[in-house]
Design a binder for this molecule. Structure first.
Ligand SMILES: N[C@@H](CCC(=O)N[C@@H](CS)C(=O)NCC(=O)O)C(=O)O
Length: 237
């Protein structure tokens, strides 16, 4: 019997976006409950996720949170093209390779990008350069056999489920000089051809774009920067 699934989410959140991608890739039916992150969490939501974060997933009545673990759980519970099972030939190694790729992206590259969005002037450029350098050095070699997806797969894998929402935002925000330097795009396309080709394939996948609204994400990033600048200015006074 198909599981009863409810996703508690906010469309602006890249972590919650991961769950959307996993559920859609697996073809699972699910209900969506949008959590308003602009106001304090309700007691009802805190009873679901005491951490107050999105996403949370109710799966046949069991509540799960932490997006990376939710994606891993869904992949384990529903064997599919996203990853081999660990007992299948090559499965344990594939899982290690996907885990290593995801860990590398989130420890070596993504933190620089996140910081770059909120920084300004020379600091923004320096952090953006660090992001690109990490992609070139650490991620590019791991995508040498992408075809077009991780490990030679013709369909998305768990590697893309865990990273696509962040790649989508990196490439979209780099089109807006006040958010991220456009040089990110030119340098990546020149110096990281494997990554570039892979990323271009990832960001047009249906499961990745289903809830994506670039304008809303751009506007919300600008609002976050303004809020931060206002808070800084108040501290100085
Ligand atoms: N490690 C968590 C991070 C989730 C997270 O940070 N979600 C943010 C939205 S992107 C959130 O719920 N923030 C609460 C708030 O803004 O009050 C995960 O992967 O699920």
């Amino acid at each position: 019997m198909a599981p009863k699934i409810t996703l508690y989410t906010a469309h602006l959140c890249p972590w919650a976006h991961r769950s959307q991608i996993a559920l859609r890739e697996l073809g699972l039916e699910f209900e969506t409950v949008i959590i308003d992150l602009s106001v304090p969490r309700t007691p009802e939501y805190l009873a679901i996720n005491p951490r107050g974060l999105v996403p949370a997933l109710s799966y046949d009545g069991k509540i799960l949170y932490e997006s990376g673990l939710i994606a891993q759980f869904l992949v384990d519970a529903h064997p599919s093209h996203l990853a081999k099972t660990s007992s299948e030939p090559g499965g344990a190694l594939q899982r290690f390779q996907i885990g290593f790729f995801v860990d590398t992206y989130f420890t070596k590259a993504q933190p620089n990008l996140q910081a770059a969005v909120l920084a300004s002037g020379e600091e923004k450029v320096a952090l953006a350069t660090k992001y690109v350098d990490a992609i070139v050095k650490e991620i590019e070699p791991l995508l040498s056999d992408a075809a077009p997806f991780f490990g030679g797969s013709s369909r998305l894998t768990l590697a893309e489920v865990q990273t696509a929402s962040f790649i989508l935002r990196a490439l979209a925000l780099s089109k807006h000089e006040d958010l991220l330097p456009g040089s990110i795009l030119t340098t990546l396309s020149e110096k990281a051809p494997n990554f570039w080709k892979w990323a271009q394939a990832v960001i047009v996948e249906k499961s990745v774009t289903a809830i994506w609204d670039e304008d809303v994400v751009v506007k919300s990033s600008r609002a976050r920067i303004q809020k931060l600048a206002a808070a800084k200015a108040q501290k100085v006074q």
